[in-house]
Write a protein that binds this ligand. Structure first.
Ligand SMILES: [Zn+2]
Length: 324
């Protein structure tokens, strides 16, 4: 041991002893932060840079008929099997941003501005700012389907566009369904608000919106996939760069409890049987191709791998990597 390192060691020990013996003011309890850390996470997919950006999460009492073909007791047993509290649902929201090198692409926009202070959702803008991303720099906005938690973030509270420079791309089958006035008028009252939201968000830009079909490359490296069932025009996306392959499954399923139970038909699925068929088909593809799968409602950062597990599947979250 050299003299220098001995002295360093000795100094360190003395300082440590002094701290332990006295100076209680240096040991004062830190106030609790009382606030979550910013929710964004970056990873590479080939040469693309992907950023998962959280919009928050909603927690609510488990409705009696949350899963149409299962009893509340069966859903509660499922919740307990994945170490989640019974009688409660917590659903996170995580849009995906992709920087392809030539285009900055955002897929879905979260719940949008909220009335009440400290709302648990509508955090996409704040988290985007924390990630150092200017909404004006988004080139392309791709929408998976027209449920409010995916489109309401397209406008600020004053009605202006959140991403004013972005080309907006929507599934043409989704547009045809929700923009049909006869269908809106015939819809049950509980669904009328959803039709009105679609008009408020898209009405003023109707002639500028690009409508896409399934199996089309929307941006170099990002293609649409038919994932209908959840809604009549619901889309998933494959992202490919180099050897990297990712499935952005949108709402093919909800939280990972339903990855385990692909035969459970959630109230949010407008056509339960079709949604299940789509789910099994896309998950089988993800398993066969070992694709990274991003789920809009998966726990943050919202991506992992899917493996087969008996009659169902299991999600293995991706590992947090400090390096890009
Ligand atoms: Zn959703």
């Amino acid at each position: 041991m050299t003299a220098l390192s001995r002295r360093t060691l000795l100094t360190g020990t003395v300082a440590g002893a002094a701290l332990a013996l006295g100076a209680p003011s240096l040991r004062a309890a830190a106030p609790p932060a009382g606030k979550q850390a910013p929710g964004y996470y970056r990873h590479k997919l080939g040469s693309f840079e992907v950023t998962a950006i959280n919009d928050g999460a909603r927690t609510f009492p488990l409705p009696d008929t949350f899963v149409r073909n299962k009893t509340k007791a069966e859903v509660n047993a499922g919740l307990e099997s994945v170490f989640m509290p019974k009688d409660t649902m917590m659903i996170p929201f995580t849009p995906t941003m992709v920087n392809t090198g030539s285009k900055l692409v955002l897929i879905d926009t979260g719940n949008g501005p909220q009335q009440q202070p400290n709302a648990p959702v509508g955090l996409l803008g704040a988290n985007m700012t924390a990630a150092g991303i200017d909404p004006k720099s988004v080139d392309v906005l791709i929408i998976s389907h027209f449920h409010g938690d995916h489109i309401l973030g397209m406008r600020n509270s004053d009605g202006s566009l959140t991403y004013p420079n972005a080309e907006v791309m929507v599934p043409e089958a989704e547009w045809a369904f929700w923009m049909d006035d006869a269908r809106m008028n015939a819809a049950p009252d509980a669904m009328k608000g959803a039709f009105q939201n679609v008009r408020r968000i898209f009405g003023p830009i109707a002639d500028k919106v690009t409508k896409y079909g399934f199996g089309k490359e929307l941006v170099p490296g990002i293609s649409s996939v038919d994932a209908t069932g959840h809604t009549p025009g619901h889309a998933a996306f494959t992202i490919a760069s180099g050897s990297g392959r990712m499935l952005v499954q949108s709402d093919v399923t909800n939280i990972p409890l339903f990855v385990r139970n692909p035969g459970w038909h959630l109230v949010f699925d407008m056509d339960g049987a079709k949604a299940e068929a789509t789910r099994r088909k896309l998950f089988d593809m993800a398993v066969a191709e070992k694709m990274l799968v991003a789920g809009y409602h998966f726990p943050f950062p919202g991506a992992g791998y899917i493996e087969k597990d008996g009659e169902g599947y299991r999600m293995v979250p991706m590992s947090w990597n400090p390096m890009l």
